[in-house]
Design a protein around this ligand. Sequence first.
Ligand code: PLP
Length: 481
Amino acid sequence: MFANPLSPSWLVPPIDADALPAHVWPSSAMRTESGAVAIGGVPLPQLAAQFGTPLYVIDEQDARSRAARTRAAFSAAAAAHGTTASAYYAGKAFLCTEAVRWMVAEGLNIDVSSGGELAVALAAGVEPARLGLHGNNKSLAEIDRAVGVGIGAIVIDSLVEIDRVSAAADRHGRVQPVRLRINSGVHAHTHEYLATAREDQKFGIPLAEAAAAVATIRSHARLRFLGLHSHIGSQIFAIDGFLEAARRLLALHAQLLAHGPVPELNLGGGFGIAYVHSDEAPPIEHVAEALLTAVAAVCAELSIPMPHIAVEPGRVIIGPAGVTLYEVGTTKDVMVTLDDEVEGVAVRRYVSIDGGMSDNARPALYGADYSVALASRRSAVDPVLVRIAGKHCESGDIVVRDAYLPGDTAPGDLVAVPATGAYCFSLASNYNYLARPAVVAVTDGTARVIVRGETETDLLSRDACIDDAVTQAIPYQGDAL
Ligand SMILES: Cc1ncc(COP(=O)(O)O)c(C=O)c1O
C-alpha cells in the first residue's frame, strides 16, 4: 500500500489497520472473536450501548499498575543510591475521587494545583499529609484551606506567597512544610505550550534569586523548608533536560545546606508517553535510574548527602490507561492540492465523530497527535488516510490530525482513540453546549461509571435566567430518535 502524499513523514500506512500497538493502547486492549476492541475484558460496543458515546474508558488495572510501577521504579532507583523516593500523582492529569483512591492505594501521594483539586482529593478521604499544593497564583482562600486541613506541603511559587503561607500557618497555629519552585531555565524538548521551566515564563523563582527566597522562608518560624522543586515541562522523551535541571538544582541545594537542613529534592513530572505508533517513550525504570544516577553523581561531586527524591508524574500513569470511544457520524472526501514540489491532488477523508475539542482539547491546544482504531469490528479493506474531526463549530476541531483507518469505516461505526487518559477529561469543556462524557472504569470484564456524564439539566443548571414555564413547555427529546 502506498502512503497518501498528505501523510506526515512519521506516519506509515499500517500493515494491519486492526492492530492495537501495545505501547500506545491500555495493556488489556484486544480484539474479541467478533473483531470488536475490548478493554478490561469489556467489548467497546457493549460500553457504547450501555453508556452512550462519546465515552472516556479507563482500564483500572492498567492505571493502577502504572502507578505502582512508577512508584516502585523511583523507590528502587533511590534505594540503589542509598536514599528514598516518593511519587506524587499529578492530579491535574485526571482527577476524580476514585482515581485518587487508586493512587493512594498504590502508595502514591497526590499533587493538586487548585482549591477544586484539593476538594476532590479531600472528598476521596486522603490524609491531608499525603497531599501537596501547587500553583503560580493560589488564592488566599486556597492557601488558608490547604494549611487549615493540614496539607503535607505547599510549593511556594513567588516571593509574595512566603508571607501568605506563613500568615495562614499563624492563623491555624501550624508549622507548614513548604517547597520552593525554581525556574531552572532548562529548555526541555517539548511543545512550547507544555514547557514550564524556560526563563520567560510564569512559574517559579529564578535560580539567581532562590537563595534569598529560602533565607526568607527560613526566617519564618511557621514555615519548614523541605527543599527545591522543579518541573521542566511535559511529554518529554529526552532525559537530558531532567538531568540538567537536577544538576542546576543540586548546586543550589548544596549552597542551602550550609545554612540549614534541605531534606528533599522534588524533580516534578513530565515523563512522556507514546501517543502514536512511532513514539518511543523510555520505560519509567530507565528514567528513574538515569535520574537517580545523575543525582548521586552530582551529590558525590559536591560532597553532600543524597536527599530524599520526590517526583510528580501524571500522564505516564494515567495517559496510556485511557481511551475515548466515539461514534462516526459522517465521512467526507476532500481533494487537497499538493504543494508546488509534489504537484497534483490527493484525497483526505474527514471522519466526523460525536465529540471533539470539548472532550479532547490537546490537538487544538498543543498540536498534539493521536492515533485511532476502528473499534466496533475488524475490516479487511485497505486503510486510507483520515482526519478525525469533531462536531464543533470550529475548523481547528480535530481529534486525530493524521491516521489510517480501514477504507470502509462508515457512519455508525465506533472508533476509539487511545492514550486519552491524561489531560482530556481534565481539560474538557462545554463548548457548543456539548455535555461532557462519562468516565467508565473497566476491569475483569466489568464496567462502572466513576464520573457520570452530563445531562441537559446539567447544561442548563447554571443559567440564572431560565423561565421554568418555557423549559417545561418544550421538553427536550435528547438525541434519542
Ligand atoms: C508542577 C507540575 N508537576 C507535575 C506535572 C505533571 O506532568 P505530567 O503529567 O506530564 O507528568 C505538571 C504538569 O503540567 C506540573 O505542572
